[in-house]
Design a protein. Sequence first.
Length: 235
Amino acid sequence: MRLTNDLREKIIGEIDKNYEYEGEIEGIKLHLNEHTYVPHPTTVELIQIASGIIKRNSDIKTVADPGTGSGFIAISLAKKFPDIKFLASDYSTKILKIAQLNAVENNCLNIKFVRNHHSSWLHEFSASKVDFFVINPPYISRILYKKDSFIKENPLILKEPKQAIVTSDNYGLKPIEDIIKHIPIIKPKFVLIQCNNDNLYLIKKITGKVGNSTILTNSQGVPRFILIERRSNEI
Ligand SMILES: C[S@@+](CC[C@H](N)C(=O)[O-])C[C@H]1O[C@@H](n2cnc3c(N)ncnc32)[C@H](O)[C@@H]1O
């Protein structure tokens, strides 16, 4: 089934009522429950962009999906690129169990799941060789999450797992700051991040410190993604 905003809303409603959902989304069989983030249509576009980057760069051998949730990003890409090695992480074993189950259901044996025991994003990959990160991190600040006007405009948010959508800082930038800290250590060739378009220009500025940072738009022309490419002169 094609993932639309309406379908997503229906799935969130079903999980709110029955605590779980099982179905096929964009050709992927998915089990979801109250701990797992329900994939968003924008992430389908993130996956399409990531696929193009993998196709154009034959030197990409390992791709990581930090904060994998249901495993939707890793599984979608692992099905398309069976010869590539995938790593997928999350902070909770409950979430990783669902992602592992989904990987098996979709016959993806090329994904290794790892737990991030640390609050810092990408810490779990510090000693790994990763060529490409594809990330959909939380981006709602703690302040915004407490604002009545924001919740009134986005009522669905209260039905989503908080750890999946709210950052631990007041600005919605903690995952981005952690990612920037780890790029010089892990040295991936590319990092593709799904972002909120409110602070995208600020994110472009700060990620520009660790590589060539470009804003990419979704199919409606709305800026939603940041692509960081490490400069070739950086060791
Ligand atoms: C916006 S959801 C994205 C889920 C999935 N990648 C997708 O696009 O459907 C963010 C995910 O990050 C996970 N997460 C939150 N903090 C994390 C951390 N410190 N390390 C790894 N994952 C984390 C959440 O549990 C959640 O699954």
